[in-house]
Design a protein around this ligand. Structure first.
Ligand code: ME8
Length: 520
């Protein structure tokens, strides 16, 4: 059999200077859904996430808390790992930038950039935001009435003056612009690409890439009083995890990455600095960078009724993991900013999951259990309504592929739930409960078609709601090795005569607890 094509996908690596928040959870869930989708579609997937542990921000937080920085990193890296488990993330590796493997790759990329003539020693004098771990030009900063100077993102900046190595970023302006022109989907979505192109067109200055004021970082090869600027170190994690350029490393074949999924605040680092470093090192560039939007919590009521719901652990526990995953990916068009509120989550859970999908499964499977001894019926002659319903289910893989090619997770879910809606209307208008006695053949056909549509929906829903979709497929008797996209469609239908397990609900309704209702 031909080898599967590879697909390498990453999240950003998070600063473990605190516990994970809902923005981290959102990025991980979205990336996980894409990774799972690609696996279902026959790809050999490598999905990476991890923590970005060096730099001044980590150091300052540790000093403020009075703990050694390594202890802070260890503790919170553990929390990020635990979040992955709590959200049912299927990452294949979790990288920490303090690992030995990463020091080696960083030394290698640095040496290659130096050998290319792109690194030189000079001194830096300018503004630095520790919170953003970013250098800002004087004209990007503003002195506020409170006497605090702030960068373009609103974070305070401090004056830095020290010996520093520089990367010749200015030499890459034309090559970067040529990259964006020749690969229009290198930066997604479109509006981020426009922002970056005008930034690069306005001219690039050489970038300070080492620090001497502290030592919490990766030493510069040959000059260990310098540590690498944390973004050189951080971006390189994506290569480290593959083992590239060591061709013998089992995952070296995954480099270059197919896509980095990151937030909109760090697109510049990933689409200007990162490709320039890689061009200098003469290593292949990632194929695409997708900058998703930010998630905000505007609904005050949510925290009143549920407690500390911004914490992804309590959100997942309170609403359910699949419920949270579905809500975030369905509600917010991927790429745009979004909001979450208690009401919006509950509305999605009860309408889309408990009602539309859960009830249809429960009603149809119970009819099979009660009236047909749990055996999938054989279909009689198909009416145009049956054919249309089956055709809608058969079309799902291609529709989903088209949406997922653009990382349009929300569109994929909308297509899927359109079919769920159609199936509910089909079921209601066919009235199988009436035909059970009057027309047993029609009764069997409608239940067969409904079960087959549910099977397709179950397969396609796995990337977003892995547990519930898995349970639905169990209830439909779908074997674990027949749950990929290739098993949807003509010639792959559910087997008539097969005996199904006793049905049980896949999604409970969300019911407000008394005190929630009282405080609402
Ligand atoms: O930026 N909504 O780490 P980080 C959605 N270490 N996404 C959000 C968000 C929000 N409210 N807040 C943050 C870093 N994010 C660097 C990355 S990569 C080589 C180094 C996203 O912990 C943010 O955009 O501040 C980023 O993609 C990720 O969470 C980690 O943010």
């Amino acid at each position: 059999m031909a080898e599967k094509p590879t697909f390498y996908i990453t999240t950003a690596i998070s600063y473990p200077n605190g516990t994970p928040h809902i923005g981290h959870a959102y990025e991980l869930i979205a990336t996980d859904a894409i990774a799972r989708f690609k696996r279902l579609d026959g790809y050999d997937v490598f999905f990476l996430t991890g923590t970005d542990e060096h730099g001044q921000k980590m150091l300052q937080t540790a000093q403020r808390e009075g703990v050694p920085v390594r202890e802070l990193a260890d503790r919170n890296a553990g929390n990020f790992r635990a979040m992955g488990a709590a959200l049912n993330a299927s990452n294949d590796d979790f990288i920490r930038t303090t690992e030995e493997r990463h020091y080696r790759t960083c030394a290698e990329i640095w040496t290659r950039m130096r050998e290319a003539g792109d690194i030189y020693l000079a001194s830096y004098a300018g503004w630095y935001s520790v919170r953003d771990e970013a250098y800002y030009a004087e004209n990007e900063t503003v002195l506020g009435p409170d006497g605090v100077r702030r960068g373009p993102t609103g974070t305070p900046v401090e004056w830095v003056e020290e010996e520093s190595y520089f990367f010749r970023l200015s030499a890459y302006q034309d090559r970067l612009l040529a990259l964006y022109e020749s690969q229009p989907d290198f930066i997604l979505p479109e509006e981020r690409r426009n922002e970056i192109m005008s930034f690069v067109r306005s001219g690039l200055k050489d970038l300070s890439v080492s620090r001497t004021a502290f030592s919490w970082g990766i030493p510069v090869p040959g000059d260990p009083k310098h540590v690498m600027y944390v973004w050189v170190d951080a971006l390189t994690n994506y290569v480290t995890a593959t083992g590239y350029p060591d061709a013998a490393a089992p995952r070296a074949r995954f480099w270059p990455a197919d896509v980095h999924i990151i937030g909109k605040d760090i697109v510049r680092f990933h689409t200007v600095y990162w490709p320039a470093f890689l061009m200098s090192a003469n290593w292949p560039l990632p194929k695409r960078v997708f900058g998703h939007g930010f998630l905000f919590n505007r609904g005050e009521k949510m925290s009143k009724s549920v407690g500390n719901v911004i914490d992804p652990f309590s959100l997942a526990q309170h609403y359910g993991v699949d419920q949270l995953r579905y809500f975030l990916l369905r509600e917010v068009p991927f790429g745009q900013d979004g909001n979450y509120s208690h009401e919006a989550i509950v509305a999605r859970i009860n309408a889309d999951l408990a009602n539309d999908l859960g009830n249809l499964a429960q009603r149809s499977l119970s009819m099979i259990a009660k009236n047909l001894e749990g055996r999938v019926p054989s279909p009689g002659p198909l009416t145009p309504a049956d054919e249309a319903m089956l055709a809608a289910a058969d079309a799902l893989p291609n529709k989903a592929r088209a949406a997922m090619d653009d990382f349009a997770l929300h569109t994929m879910l909308a297509e899927l739930w359109r079919v769920v809606g159609d199936a509910n209307r089909y079921f209601a208008s066919e009235e199988p409960w009436v035909k059970r006695k009057s027309d047993p053949e029609r009764f069997g056909t409608v239940l067969y078609v409904t079960a087959e549509v549910l099977r397709a929906v179950g397969i396609l829903a796995q990337p977003v709601i892995p547990q519930a979709a898995g349970k639905l497929l169990d209830l439909l008797g779908t074997s674990p090795n027949a749950r990929d996209l290739a098993h949807v469609g003509q010639g792959r239908r559910i087997a008539a005569g097969s005996v199904l397990p006793a049905p049980s609900p896949i999604f409970p309704r969300y019911v407000e607890a008394e005190q929630d209702a009282a405080s609402a």
